[in-house]
Design a protein around this ligand. Structure first.
Ligand SMILES: Cc1cc2nc3c(=O)[nH]c(=O)nc-3n(C[C@H](O)[C@H](O)[C@H](O)COP(=O)(O)OP(=O)(O)OC[C@H]3O[C@@H](n4cnc5c(N)ncnc54)[C@H](O)[C@@H]3O)c2cc1C
Length: 409
């Protein structure tokens, strides 16, 4: 089977690329290993699809090549993404910068993409797992178990290996490596972290506002604030997700990784000590549980008191209690892994692609897009923004190139 352009992977970036390429008049074939395209998209944003963010900044991404990330996001920014979807009929709804479809349904984003793919006569072959790629003359041979396909331009849009049950199983890294690309070590990101301390078993199910600071070999590298979820295995919630990729790299390189939770992030330690001393005096002679009530989640403050040296109704020194409330440790032993992660950090080295259009610098005519590349965003629509931006830039360029090469071939 022959097409101008083959796209391996019918996820967010692959569908965006297909639309942009087909709009240039190219014939486009998407090969997707799952029984349907866009399965992961339906799970995004808790089924609401947070598809971009109005506060866009290169700092919201991690990569070995931040300048390439910035160039790509500058060439196809959040406004371009909103316009792309407006044209498909998706009205945006913004909440604190996070952009969702007005329907608050991820299914409408997938439907809108699907309708446009149909209108442009893009073919999608599902249940087609690509196993190998060979270069042939000016084109490519794309080999699946059942069939070999031929194309003039090839777009790799296989995603990473986070949440394999939704499709992306890491095979894209091998395909890129076979074509001569280098892959920067891949670790899970946007996921929970497992902690060594046994106290977390007693705290499972508690949610509390906190600031979480990440220390690697004793040096603070990042901090985020928000609702932390405590679980039997350790810590989770958005502030933990934001740090999890850096924590996973620390573990990969054998470093000591510790998160410190501050349950009173608005107060200095001195202010908290003073407040706790006043509170202790106020409830002098009353049972310990009166002192505990209303400070933090009941189980949480109870464990803090125990860790600070309190026993039964005997309260610890208020200085020790303040210290533990502001530096509650989680010694990280493992991340929750790829299966529980929303994205992967690492991937194909951005030094090997053209920032204008994601074309490979190793194989002209090959484009690499989306999560397969070495760029991962924080929570808030940044990863889909990256998928749309790289997909649209590569799709438009590959589509135009096909046109130009027909004239010169
Ligand atoms: C639960 C969850 C919630 C998320 N929520 C958000 C959110 O709200 N906002 C946000 O910005 N990001 C979110 N993300 C991240 C976002 O979904 C991804 O970053 C994005 O989908 C990546 O797009 P992609 O096209 O690169 O890869 P994917 O969407 O993973 O698509 C890759 C596709 O390629 C296919 N494929 C892989 N290998 C092959 C092969 N060899 N042959 C054929 N097909 C293949 C896969 O089956 C898959 O369909 C979420 C992720 C998860 C798991």
């Amino acid at each position: 089977m022959k097409s101008d352009i083959i796209i391996i992977g019918g996820g967010a970036s692959g569908m965006a690329a297909a639309i942009c390429a087909a709009r240039q008049g190219a014939s486009v074939l998407i090969l997707e290993r799952m029984p349907r395209a866009g399965k992961k998209l339906l799970a995004t944003g808790n089924g609401k699809c947070n598809y971009t963010n109005r506060w866009m900044n290169g700092e919201c991404y991690h990569s070995q090549k931040p300048s390439v990330v910035k160039t790509i996001l500058h060439r196809f920014d959040e406004k371009a993404v909103e316009d792309f979807f407006m044209e498909l009929g998706i009205l945006p709804k913004e909440k604190d910068g996070y952009v969702y479809p007005n329907s608050m349904q991820a299914a409408s984003v997938l439907d809108a993409l699907r309708f446009e793919l149909e209108r442009l006569h893009v073919t999608i072959l599902t249940d087609t797992d690509v196993q190998n790629i060979k270069t042939k003359g000016k084109g490519f041979q794309v080999i699946s178990e059942r069939e070999t396909f031929h194309c003039r331009r090839l777009i790799l849009a296989c995603g990473g290996k986070a949440s394999e049950k939704l499709g992306s199983n890491g095979s894209g890294y091998g395909l890129a490596e076979n074509l001569g690309h280098s892959v920067i070590s891949v670790v899970p990101a946007l996921t929970g972290l497992k902690a060594k301390e046994r106290v977390y078993k007693a705290l499972t199910g508690i949610r509390s506002e906190a600031s979480v600071s990440l220390f690697i070999d004793g040096k603070m590298v990042d901090a985020h604030r928000g609702e932390v979820q405590l679980a039997d295995y350790g810590i989770s919630g958005i502030p933990v997700f934001q740090l999890s990729g850096q924590a996973a790299y620390g573990l990969l390189y054998g470093r000591k990784v510790v998160c410190m939770l501050d349950f009173f992030p608005d107060w200095t330690k001195e202010q908290l000590v003073q407040f706790l001393r006043d509170r202790k005096n106020h409830f002098q002679g009353r049972p310990g549980e009166v002192f505990e009530t209303g400070l933090l989640n009941r189980k949480l403050i109870h464990e803090c008191i125990k860790l600070a040296g309190g026993q039964g109704s005997r309260l610890p020194k208020m200085e020790y209690l303040a210290e533990i409330c502001k530096h509650f440790p989680a010694t990280i032993i493992e991340s929750r892994g790829f299966a529980q992660a929303q994205v992967c950090a690492g991937g194909v080295d951005l030094a090997e692609i053209r920032p204008e259009n994601c074309e490979s610098l190793i194989h002209p005519g090959l484009y690499i897009i989306g999560e397969l590349l070495d760029a991962d965003g924080i929570c808030g629509g940044y990863n889909l923004q990256w998928a749309w931006a790289t997909g649209c830039l590569a799709g438009s360029a590959a589509g135009k190139e096909c046109h130009a090469s027909y004239r010169t071939d």
